[in-house]
Write a protein that binds this ligand. Structure first.
Ligand SMILES: NC(=O)C1=CN([C@@H]2O[C@H](COP(=O)(O)OP(=O)(O)OC[C@H]3O[C@@H](n4cnc5c(N)ncnc54)[C@H](O)[C@@H]3O)[C@@H](O)[C@H]2O)C=CC1
Ligand SMILES: Nc1nc(=O)c2c([nH]1)NC[C@@H]1CN(c3ccc(C(=O)N[C@@H](CCC(=O)O)C(=O)O)cc3)CN21
Length: 302
């Protein structure tokens, strides 16, 4: 089933991983993912060049996920430093490996390289990929606006362009405050952006990692979240428990309020993904039943 169709049938649950640096750690990650017995994510996305990484093992990992684990893989494609020829070659490789899902991104800027100029915005890349056919194209969105956007209107109009150019599903930047997402969803409705939106959840189980990533993405953290980080930064186990509980609390609220899906930024920590799935899987399963049998589930069948 295509990802587009999956959203019609259930509340989607997906994971994000980044390619480990060595073949040995990739194997370890794949084993850990295979070990997640009861988790059946609807897809796993694989970053490319995230956090300034020069690591190019993304295709191998994506192929392992798609063809060995038999879980749909979604390949990230940041366009800023790629030519049309690079992207066409990458898409050809993806096709060879049966990968149909891509995340069309502009990508983070670095201070070293000059952008190629073929894809200055994610919308241009989405348009280019859409013309090649055969791919289900996803895009990124920012409930608290992208740090480079002038204001919310500017941010929303560019997002609309991305969807009009062929993006059929959106994944949000990390959300730590659900209300920011609900406000964003209203703006999308006003702008006529009607594609499914998954909420990106990043469990905070490692203080330094979260600090680095939130600085990179210009996200403000709610007080409740900062309190956890400050109190438990030096206690690994307590930080882990609090981080998992915070993420679970967010997911329960989001799924209860009818969100289209949850995208878990795992940072390659399979144990975190496992704990969160154990605590929430019945909600996803119940929601899937409600989407498929709306009248029965709401009690209108009498
Ligand atoms: N490498 C990876 O795996 C991942 C990277 N990201 C990062 O997310 C960030 C942005 O990527 P995207 O959302 O794909 O970029 P985007 O191109 O959709 O938007 C980036 C900024 O450019 C603005 N913009 C968009 N179209 C424009 C236009 N036509 N004219 C003027 N301004 C325009 C947007 O409003 C926004 O402020 C990057 O920092 C990206 O790398 C996010 C997830 C994963
Ligand atoms: N602006 C932005 N850029 C991104 O790449 C990005 C977002 N936002 N938001 C959501 C996720 C978070 N992502 C990230 C962020 C950082 C790393 C990172 O630092 N990767 C390092 C290794 C980190 C480690 O070993 O702990 C790497 O070298 O791949 C990976 C994925 C990708 N995504």
């Amino acid at each position: 089933m295509s990802l587009k169709d999956t959203f019609k049938h259930k509340t989607v649950f997906s994971l994000e991983v980044y390619p480990p640096k060595t073949a040995a750690s990739t194997k370890k990650l794949v084993n850990a993912l295979t070990g997640i017995k009861r988790i059946k994510p609807d897809f796993i996305s694989i970053t490319l060049g995230a956090g300034g990484s020069q690591n190019n093992n993304a295709l191998d990992l994506a192929s392992m996920i798609q063809n060995d684990l038999k879980i749909p893989a979604m390949a990230h494609i940041p366009g800023l430093y790629r030519s049309k020829e690079d992207v066409t070659a990458f898409l050809t490789e993806l096709k060879k490996h049966n990968i149909q899902n891509v995340l069309a991104l502009r990508g983070d800027r670095n201070d070293v390289d000059d952008p190629v100029g073929d894809f200055n915005h994610a919308s241009e890349l989405a348009e280019f990929i859409a013309k090649q056919g055969d791919f289900d194209i996803s895009g990124a969105c920012y409930p608290q606006k992208h740090p480079e956007s002038v204001d919310l209107v500017d941010d929303t109009l560019h997002l609309k362009q991305k969807v009009d150019n062929g993006v059929s599903h959106l994944i949000t930047q990390m959300v730590f405050d659900n209300q920011a997402f609900y406000d964003f969803k209203q703006r999308l409705e006003l702008a006529g952006i009607n594609v499914p939106v998954e909420v990106g959840i990043m469990p905070c189980t490692n203080r330094n990692q979260i600090k680095h990533i939130t600085e990179l993405s210009g996200i403000e953290m709610p007080k409740k979240f900062v309190a956890i980080m400050d109190r438990y930064a030096d206690n690994k186990e307590a930080m882990f428990d609090a981080g998992v509980a915070y993420a679970v609390d967010q997911i329960v609220d989001l799924v209860s309020n009818g969100v289209d899906g949850i995208h878990l930024y795992t940072m390659n920590n399979a144990e975190v993904a496992q704990r969160i799935w154990e605590a929430t899987h019945s909600l996803f399963e119940a929601t899937s039943y409600q989407i498929q049998h709306p009248s029965i589930a709401s009690g209108n069948h009498k």
